[in-house]
Structures are given as C-alpha cells and as structure tokens.
Write a protein that binds this ligand. Sequence first.
Ligand code: ADP
Ligand code: ADP
Length: 226
Amino acid sequence: ENVVRMSGVSKVFPNGNVAVDNVNIDIAEGEFISFVGPSGCGKSTIFKMISGLIDNTQGSIEILGSQMNPMQQKRTNVGFVFQDSTLLPWRSVLENVMLPLEFQKKSKKEKIEEAAQALELVGLKDYTKSLPRQLSGGMKMRVSIARALVAKPKLLLMDEPFGALDEITRQSLQSELLRIWESQKMTVLFITHNVFEAVYLSTRVAVMTPSPGKVASALDVRLPFP
Ligand code: ADP
Ligand code: ADP
C-alpha cells in the first residue's frame, strides 16, 4: 500500500522560484527512502508539501490514501525531525516529548506513560526530568526523535537530522534509527546530502537534480525490506 503518492507535483513560489518541478513518486508502507541532492534542489520543499505546511502549485499529493488537505494530516499521522528541531528550553525532556499529545483526549497519566515509552525507545529513560540545556547535541536529537514518535505516526519525515552531529554520534544515532524503524513499522522519509548515509540507511534513494528539483532516478539500494 502506498503511503505517499506524488504525481506531477510542482511548486512555484510567489516570487517565481520554481523549487520543485514535476515530481512523481510513490512510497510504499514500510519503506525507508532517502532524498539526496544538492542544496537548493527542493528537498525541504517536498517535505513541506507532504506535511501540508505549504501547498503544491501543480499535481496531486496523496498521503495515507487521502488527498492532502493542508495542515490536516499533520498532527497525528506524520512526525517530523529537523536538524535544529527546537526543544522548549524551559520544559523538561518529558514535557517536551509530551507536546504532540497536548490536544489528544487522554489522561495526563497516559500521556506521561507514552512520553516515557518514547524516551525509552531512544535510550533516554533516565533523563525525563532534565532540561534540554543539560543534554549533549546527540541527546537533544534523541529527544526530538522521541517527540516525533510519541504520537505513533505512520510517516516520519526527517530533514537532515544528523547533519550537525559529530561522526561518532551520527553513527550511533543512525543505528538507533534503523532499530526503531524496524521495530515500529513506520515509513521513513529522510533528507540528507550525504550519499553514504543515504545508502547505509535506506531501502531506496531518490536522487534529485539541481534546482529546479526533479526526482532524476530512484535507486533500490537494498532488497525490499523483510
Ligand atoms: P533543499 O531543501 O534541497 O536545500 P529547498 O526546498 O529549501 O531546497 O529550496 C528549493 C528552492 O526553492 C531553492 O531555490 C530556494 O531558494 C527556493 N525557496 C525555498 N523556499 C522559498 C520561499 N519561501 N520563497 C521563494 N523561494 C523559496
Ligand atoms: P506553561 O507550561 O504553563 O505553558 P511555560 O513553562 O511554557 O509555562 O512558560 C510560560 C511562558 O513563559 C512561555 O510561553 C514563555 O513565553 C515564557 N518562558 C518561560 N521560560 C522561558 C525561557 N527559558 N525561554 C523563553 N521563554 C520562556
């Protein structure tokens, strides 16, 4: 089943910039797909359209079987992680992870439990009470991942999440991410300009052309996952 279907999708910004030009791609449930391409080729714009933050100007985008409706799918079905995903500095790690649950009709106790589970998944169960500034860059990224996962999204969008981390931290987070992806049965869309990272992590790599972005080719880098 396709989780994302983009056909003939383009984005022209009001100032005339063509950021994305006629992208066609279907993404199946359970894939881990990376988008690689030079800076400015439209990777983030594709993610913003998938997440409903911005509209496409042409073509159609289906997410989880329904036509995109800007902002609508966003909260529960799609999780996000960005390189500089900001944590609220005056809230504890646990409170930060609970944020996506804010508007869910659940008891506070359930929300705390779910946030604690998400933190356990990223290896931070002993840091629930810490403040973001007490954590290293890698740990903050783990908190951001826990926050993205807490509402159990079907789709996880990650935009250069590990770009700012040192090599050792990046490697350990890469293997953590694979473990989480395999255990959570999610579909992951991952932006990187690091080809090695893309090939190491992904089941498929979508290679984009320089601006305006098209998906030039999509390479299967692993056999279809289990
Ligand atoms: P990438 O993520 O691959 O680096 P982006 O999706 O951020 O690329 O940008 C693609 C192109 O769209 C770039 O040329 C960028 O300058 C342009 N662009 C992005 N956002 C806007 C905007 N709000 N208004 C005008 N042009 C934009
Ligand atoms: P609550 O949990 O009741 O929303 P917060 O701890 O989030 O309360 O803080 C309430 C308000 O105080 C925030 O909306 C913010 O504007 C301000 N605030 C408190 N601490 C900080 C901080 N370290 N940095 C920026 N704003 C802060």
